[in-house]
Write a protein that binds this ligand. Structure first.
Ligand SMILES: Nc1ncnc2c1ncn2[C@@H]1O[C@H](COP(=O)(O)OP(=O)(O)OP(=O)(O)O)[C@@H](O)[C@H]1O
Ligand SMILES: [Mg+2]
Length: 228
C-alpha cells in the first residue's frame, strides 16, 4: 500500500478468477460506483480483452468514473502503481483465467476479491485462485489479502449454505456479504447503469448488497492498513 502525503493510502483491489462469468466485471463496476458515491477518488483498470467494464463505465449515463484499459502482464506489473497513485481506490477487473495477467494483478493488489458462484465446480476454480494468491502473498510480506465472494447465489436453494460450509471447512477466507442472482443486476449493463441508478424493490435489495460489500471491502483494507 503506498502512503500519500496527506496520510491517505492508495488501495489496489484486484477482482480475479479463472472462471468466466462469475461476476468479476459486475462486482468491479458496482464497487467503483459505490466507492465514488462515498466521496472517494476511484479508478478502474480493465485488464480483460473483452473490455466489458470499461465499455460499461464509458456508457454510464449519469456518472463518470475514470478508467484505463491495460492488458499486458508487463504493463499491469509496472504501471498499476503509478495509475493507482492518483486515486484513493484502484479496482482492477481481471480477465478469466489464471494467466500471467492475473498473476501481475495479484503482485500489485492489496486485496484480491475472487467472485464465485456457489456450485462445486466453481468453488474448485476459486480455490485455485486463492492458492495462487497465497503463493504470491508468501513472496510479498502478506499481500494480497484474498477473499472469496459468493456471487450470483440463487435464493431458495441450499447451494449457498453448502458453499459457505465447504469454504469454512477448507479455511478459505470468504466475504460475509453474498451477492444474489437478480434480473435487475443482469439488466444493468444494457441499461447503461448500475443497480444504484435503477428503481424498484429488486434494485433496492441489490443496491443494499453491493453497499454492504463496499463497506466490507473498505473495512478489510482499513484493517490491513492498521496492521501494516
Ligand atoms: N448478481 C447477479 N444477478 C444476475 N446476473 C448477474 C449477477 N452478477 C452478474 N450477472 C450476469 O452474469 C454475467 C457475467 O457477469 P460478469 O460479466 O460480471 O462476469 P465476469 O466474471 O466479468 O465474466 P468474464 O469472465 O467473461 O469477464 C453477465 O451477464 C452479468 O450481467
Ligand atoms: Mg469480465
Amino acid at each position: 500500500m503506498q502512503h500519500l502525503e496527506h496520510g491517505m493510502h492508495v488501495a489496489i483491489l484486484g477482482v480475479v478468477n479463472q472462471k468466466g462469468g462469475c461476476a468479476k466485471s459486475t462486482t468491479s463496476v458496482h464497487l467503483a460506483y459505490w466507492l465514488q458515491s462515498q466521496g472517494h477518488t476511484v479508478c478502474l483498470i480493465d485488464a480483460d480483452a473483452q473490455r466489458s467494464s470499461s465499455i460499461w463505465l464509458k456508457g454510464l449515463i449519469d456518472t463518470q468514473i475514470p478508467y484505463q484499459v491495460m492488458q499486458s502482464p508487463d504493463d499491469l506489473r509496472t504501471k498499476i502503481p503509478a495509475v493507482a497513485a492518483e486515486y484513493t481506490y484502484c479496482i482492477v477487473d481481471g480477465p478469466a483465467g489464471l494467466s500471467d495477467a492475473t498473476k501481475a494483478i495479484l503482485l500489485r493488489a492489496d486485496l484480491a476479491l475472487i467472485p464465485c458462484q456457489p456450485t462445486g465446480v466453481d468453488l474448485r476454480s476459486a480455490a485455485d485462485a486463492i492458492r495462487l494468491a497465497w503463493k504470491i502473498r508468501k513472496a510479498r510480506q502478506g499481500l494480497p489479502n484474498a477473499q472469496v465472494l459468493l456471487s450470483r447465489a440463487v435464493t431458495g436453494t441450499r447451494l449457498k449454505d453448502e458453499a459457505i460450509a465447504i469454504l469454512k471447512k477448507a479455511k478459505v477466507p470468504t466475504c460475509r456479504t453474498v451477492i444474489h442472482q437478480r434480473q435487475v443486476v443482469a439488466d444493468t449493463f444494457g441499461q447503461r447503469a448500475t443497480v444504484f441508478d435503477l428503481a424498484g424493490r429488486s434494485a433496492i435489495a441489490a443496491s443494499a448488497e453491493f453497499e454492504q460489500l463496499g463497506k466490507e471491502v473498505v473495512m478489510l483494507l482499513t484493517g490491513q492498513q492498521r496492521s501494516a
